[in-house]
Design a protein around this ligand. Structure first.
Ligand code: ADP
Ligand code: MG
Length: 276
């Protein structure tokens, strides 16, 4: 694999057995059907598609929350097939996930300092003082303050909680971040701040993003490549400009026709206003 490709996915499938109830036969649902793509180091692949098309299923496989039914995932030269090999510390350090709803992924009884240090506790033998230092550094990196270290999740706003989730995701200095609708639950002005933060972190840390979103204005703002999924399959894959300017598949045309072009313009303005 050329080393500028950090994520290589080939013919990936995920099926679910659906129980049929007392008298019906069960059936099989194929949520991801033969998906293949490459992502270049330091770039952003946006994954787009309507609800139920398999985006989160893909995200769970890329981040080892779920095993694939078949097919291969290679991250930074490491083959990820957890059903066969289990999950090693080395694998965990390659990839992390950020969810749409950070509240759901934060334990309400844990102080933020503990939330941030947990990945280090589980994956390294770093001494407590160093863990604390790193947690404080990451808080600063995501625009939070040292005093947030001892606070509980409920004391934060939605945007701040998403900053915490991002800080936790980068504690192990992963190469790849999978972001599953990371700004979809936030107000527009907060969305812009979080997107700015993600752009800064990508530059600073050389991160690669797989960014799942149904918001085409967000995708247009941050994607290098765009992949459109439809009923578990990839129906469109190309550079942002190729896909936006010249969508090929009927589904993509419909999807894009439903989104006013002005959206991309307006989000750029919001972001520009925030930076100024
Ligand atoms: N654990 C599961 N068991 C059974 N079906 C599932 C499970 N997770 C997802 N699905 C089904 O797989 C399909 C894809 O879901 P998902 O990946 O969540 O889509 P998206 O994130 O694009 O909305 C849907 O039909 C969903 O109902
Ligand atoms: Mg989803």
């Amino acid at each position: 694999m050329p080393d500028d490709v950090i994520l290589k996915v080939r013919d990936l499938y995920r099926t679910y057995e659906i129980s049929g109830g007392m008298f019906k036969k069960g059936s099989t649902l194929t949520a991801v059907k033969g998906v293949s793509f490459d992502v270049k180091r330091g770039s952003t692949l946006a994954v787009v598609g309507e609800s139920g098309c398999g985006k989160s299923t893909l995200a769970r496989m890329l981040t080892m929350i779920d095993a694939q039914s078949s097919g291969s995932i290679e991250i930074d030269g490491l083959s990820m097939d957890i059903a066969k090999t289990g999950i090693s510390k080395e694998m965990r350090q390659k990839v992390q996930i950020v969810f749409q709803n950070p509240y759901g992924s934060l334990n309400p009884r844990q102080k933020i300092g503990h939330v941030l240090e947990e990945p280090l506790l589980l994956n390294t033998d770093m001494p407590a003082a160093e863990r604390r230092d790193l947690a404080l550094q990451m808080l600063e990196k995501v625009g939070l303050q040292p005093e947030h270290y001892g606070r509980y999740p409920h004391m934060f706003s939605g945007g701040q909680r998403q900053r915490v989730a991002i800080a936790r995701a980068i504690m192990l200095q992963p190469k790849l971040l999978v972001l599953d609708e990371p700004v979809s639950a936030l107000d527009l002005s907060v969305q812009a701040q979080i997107l700015n933060l993600l752009a800064d972190l990508q530059d600073e840390m050389g991160l690669t993003y797989v960014f799942i979103s149904h918001d085409l204005s967000v995708v247009r703002y941050l994607a290098d490549k765009v992949m459109v999924m439809y009923f578990g399959e990839v129906v469109e894959y190309g550079t942002r400009d190729e896909v936006f300017e010249n969508p090929r598949h009927d589904y993509t045309k419909t999807l894009f026709a439903a989104t006013p072009r002005a959206d991309a313009e307006s989000i750029r303005k919001r972001l520009a206003a925030k930076v100024a």
